[in-house]
Design a protein around this ligand. Structure first.
Ligand SMILES: NC(=O)c1ccc[n+]([C@@H]2O[C@H](COP(=O)([O-])OP(=O)(O)OC[C@H]3O[C@@H](n4cnc5c(N)ncnc54)[C@H](OP(=O)(O)O)[C@@H]3O)[C@@H](O)[C@H]2O)c1
Length: 279
């Protein structure tokens, strides 16, 4: 049995569909099971509720762990790993981030979550993806309406990755023996600034898409205004400054190494999401 967390999110959605498509025995842990339409078993669970983790992990061999806590701390990972060890789980595949690359000690709370997983008695694989292509979907309404989308990355280029490729690597790590003890930095095939993503999107949509430069002080105000935890905001801003400075302008061969094929390009992702972005 494989347990999937984060199954309503960007990556877990695809891990779930790829595993069920392959006929693997899958259980989903979700805060609100009614949100999911799947043939897999779905159990209610919340990282804030240890008893629910124990129930979700009973009889599980391998687990896919996605955490997105309000505060930049590792409590959810600690709770999940403790419950997994107690339930006799063998393997954990942890979704981290490229920002936990150790460029700067305080660049990502995922440095803490990775330590929790590495120090566990479980077989682990850590996935450190670059920026998801799907981040653009947060601006889908603005793009459809022809409004300018905010660009706070400026000259910072990133190896933007298709979430389906992150999920495919997770599936390999969950279902084969070859990735235990490995940490993969997952990127797309090319470095792209946000502006370059917008130019590609224009070609796919066949019409102009406007963007407007937004300073990080404005981004801070936006995040605080959205109710984000202040410590999480400051950590996000550190990551954004590093991205602008080019610290994460990295393309790796890890997707090809695991999947035996090149990663998906941003243009293909945009083509496949034309309906959501075209209006
Ligand atoms: N976005 C990027 O560019 C990027 C790049 C690299 C790494 N990452 C990392 O990727 C992770 C996010 O992955 P994602 O984008 O696939 O997720 P996501 O779309 O943000 O969704 C979060 C998932 O976690 C679930 N969840 C939230 N709080 C929970 C709780 N207390 N108990 C149980 N489940 C809970 C949500 O369930 P509900 O449906 O109940 O809300 C949802 O399924 C983060 O750790 C982030 O640092 C992101």
């Amino acid at each position: 049995m494989i347990l999937i967390t984060g199954a309503t999110g960007n990556i877990g959605t695809h891990v779930l569909s790829q595993l069920t498509g392959a006929g693997a025995p899958v259980r989903v842990m979700a805060r609100n099971p009614a949100k999911l339409r799947t043939t897999a078993e779905v159990v209610q669970g919340d990282f804030e509720d240890p008893a629910s983790l124990t129930r979700a992990l009973a009889g599980v061999r391998a687990a896919f762990l996605v955490t997105t806590p309000q505060k930049p701390i590792a409590d959810h990972d600690v709770a999940f790993v403790e419950a997994a060890e107690g339930a006799g789980v063998q393997r954990i595949v942890k979704l981290s981030a490229i920002t936990a690359a150790g460029v700067q000690a305080d660049s990502s709370w995922h440095l803490l979550t990775e330590q929790v997983v590495r120090a566990s008695g479980l077989d682990w694989t850590i996935l450190k993806p670059s920026s998801f292509a799907s981040n653009l979907l947060q601006f889908a309404d603005m793009i459809r309406a022809g409004e300018p989308v905010p660009d706070w990355n400026g000259p910072g280029a990133l190896g933007v990755i298709d979430p389906r490729d992150v999920a495919a690597v997770a599936v390999k790590a969950l279902t084969t023996e070859d990735h235990i003890g490995q940490s993969y930095t997952l990127t797309g095939p090319e470095l792209l600034t946000f502006g370059e993503q917008i130019r590609i999107l224009e070609r796919v949509l066949g019409r102009p898409v406007r963007s407007v430069d937004v300073p990080l002080d404005t981004v801070r105000d936006m995040m605080i205004g959205n109710g984000m935890d202040p410590a999480a905001v400051e950590m996000s801003l550190i990551g954004m400054r590093q991205a602008i400075a080019g610290d994460y302008a990295i393309v790796t061969g890890d997707v090809a190494k695991v999947l035996g094929r090149a990663p998906t390009g941003f243009a293909t992702w945009a083509e496949d999401h034309r309906a959501a972005l075209a209006g």
